[in-house]
Design a protein around this ligand. Structure first.
Ligand code: NAD
Length: 372
């Protein structure tokens, strides 16, 4: 069991702003961040609101002097759109939301990114509190202040940097999360482990795929460690000028999988999980990771990779989207690799043979259900 010091809150510094991630004592701590709000809009989707809306409002908001206004948006990536922003703004006008009022996002990354962007742009910005309910949103999308929506030209292309007043991170929400969504969050936690070192990686490798109240301390510990890791990178690179690139470990291959599998067979986090196997093999082929270290890392992926569907295509098919990826530099494809556990390097890779071999390795690793 992994136990970090069970902190009640963490501070995240991004640019000029610092905001807290609340990890316990939610109602009391949250109240101080609602300021003089007369209206608190709780934006969620029908699924999350049905599961957690009433309890969240009862436990964290009820009994105070403001009006609580639930606002629902659609569930799914396709609702991360301009149309949803228009609808949310319309609802905010209808309920009479003002700049001193607060928008709370209650949901996964889709609700957080979309409603966060609606809050950032409504009357030039109203108070925002993020309440992530998926593991991915807890450790990744709610940390760093990026909010936004998709465009026909690509994902996340319209958006802003907008820091929340606070983030309320309660692992209790994970009790209703499906296994696939849990694995997506685990992928990001393992990624943070590979990038930060063995101690964290070992703890991440023990992640259960089902939350229960008995495991609350473990979850709080590992989630806060992952937030601390991402917050450390964000503090050094608040506007994504360079260092944040290392967070793309596994993503160049992962994006290729998502594209080739047409965003259906593989969810984003599942693709990143498989993509990290390719990135580890590429690090080995490039002489950065020893054979032992690469195998040690792959062992941490095994248990989770065993849940993935086989990758259906040939290595060449996955190489095609990498050739047109925005992370290309001339003839080179930019990949994040490991120069030892906890030592990421961003490197241009020219050899298509090496990339193809890494993809081939990934396909076989998934097919063997993660047996190293
Ligand atoms: N802003 C950032 O820095 C950043 C970083 C990473 C990812 N993202 C974005 O995050 C999004 C993905 O987020 P996600 O993986 O949370 O997906 P999601 O928000 O679509 O949630 C996944 C599914 O889980 C459901 N759900 C949410 N909480 C639940 C709970 N507690 N119990 C049961 N079901 C629950 C949702 O309704 C949804 O159907 C993508 O749009 C991605 O671009 C943003």
């Amino acid at each position: 069991v992994y136990r970090s010091s069970l902190t009640r809150k963490l501070q995240v510094k991004a640019g000029e702003t610092t905001y807290p991630v609340l990890l316990s004592d939610f109602k009391r701590q949250l109240q101080t961040h609602l300021g003089d709000s007369r209206i608190v809009a709780v934006v969620s989707n029908p699924k999350v609101f049905a599961l957690h809306g009433a309890a969240f409002i009862d436990n964290c908001l009820a009994g105070k002097r403001y009006a609580i206004e639930p606002v629902l948006m659609g569930d799914g990536e396709r609702f991360k759109s301009q149309k949803t922003i228009n609808n949310l703004h319309h609802c905010f006008f209808e309920i009479g939301l003002n700049r001193t009022d607060t928008v709370i996002t209650l949901g996964g990354g889709v609700v957080g990114d979309t409603a966060g962007f609606a809050a950032a742009t409504f009357k030039r910005g109203v108070n925002l509190v993020q309440v992530p309910t998926t593991l991915l949103a807890m450790v990744d999308s709610s940390v760093g202040g990026k909010v936004g929506i998709n465009h026909a030209y690509g994902k996340n292309l319209i958006g802003a940097f907008y820091q929340p007043r606070a983030v309320l991170t309660d692992p209790g929400f994970l009790g209703t999360l499906g296994r696939r969504e849990m694995i997506e969050g685990v992928a990001e936690i393992l990624k943070a482990g590979f990038l930060s070192g063995r101690r964290f990686l070992r703890a991440a490798g023990d992640m259960p795929l089902q939350y229960s109240a008995a495991k609350r301390d473990y979850f709080t510990g590992i989630i806060s460690e992952a937030i601390r890791f991402k917050a450390g990178i964000v503090a050094r690179d608040p506007y994504d000028a360079g260092l944040r690139q290392i967070l793309n470990f596994g993503h160049t291959f992962g994006h290729a999988i998502e594209k080739v599998e047409k965003y259906r067979r593989y969810h984003h986090g599942e693709a990143v999980l498989a993509g990290m196997a390719a990135a580890l093999h590429l690090s080995r082929l490039s002489g950065l990771l020893s054979n032992d270290e690469a195998n040690e890392c792959l062992h941490f992926l095994s248990r989770f990779v065993s849940h993935l569907k086989p990758l259906g295509k040939d290595p060449d098919d996955y190489l095609v989207p990498m050739e047109v990826d925005k992370k290309r530099m001339g003839e080179d494809i930019v990949c994040v690799m490991l120069n030892g556990i906890g030592r990421p390097v961003v490197g241009p890779v020219r050899s298509r043979k090496r990339l193809k071999e890494s993809i081939q390795f990934m396909i076989e690793f998934v097919k063997r259900k993660g047996v190293v």
